[in-house]
Design a protein around this ligand. Structure first.
Ligand code: RB5
Length: 162
């Protein structure tokens, strides 16, 4: 499994803790930034990670900001992305089993690193249940297609892979 990581300044320290965990577990990963705690705009990093996952360069993405909310909203604007904000392990498992979430978002200012790593482990290990859930996820894709039309207008930062 290949995991794309990203954060803004508000999620920088949590992302580094997650990167250390992934490295310890031998899970391939790449950090798309930001690389320090100076103030940046979370949509720039959400788009980098979401584009890498949507393009199948990475299997999953994990995004951290102060709350996890901005990253989740921004990542879900990229077609093909199903980002889920999870601050408990029950939701993390359900996000995979029911929603086939391909990006997990977390808020460094909301939960501690211990719980966050449990959530990451749960989310990475859980699989999609399929069946009736596949029908529902397919309906999400149908909604997305109905509102598409500007997917050719890619913002520059989307293609600047680091
Ligand atoms: C940055 O101050 C903060 O707004 C950001 O990290 C995130 O919480 C946005 O949703």
């Amino acid at each position: 499994m290949r995991v794309a990581l990203g954060s803004d300044h508000g999620g920088f320290h949590l992302k580094m803790a997650i990167k250390e965990y992934l490295d310890q577990q031998g899970i391939a990963n790449h950090d798309f930034g930001t690389y320090n705690a100076e103030s940046v705009d979370y949509p720039d990093y959400a788009q980098k990670v979401a584009a890498a996952v949507a393009d199948d360069e990475y299997d999953r993405g994990i995004l951290c900001c102060g709350t996890g909310i901005g990253m989740c909203i921004a990542a879900n604007k990229v077609p093909g992305i199903r980002a889920a904000l999870c601050h408990d392990t029950f939701s993390a498992r359900a996000a995979r089993e029911h929603n086939d979430a391909n990006i997990l978002t977390l808020g460094e200012r909301v939960i501690g690193p211990g719980l966050a790593l449990d959530i990451v482990a749960t989310w990475l290990q859980a699989g999609f249940s399929g069946g009736r859930h596949a029908r529902r996820v397919e309906k999400i894709s149908t909604i997305e297609k109905q509102y598409r039309g500007q997917e050719e207008q890619t913002l520059p930062c989307c293609r600047e892979r680091e």
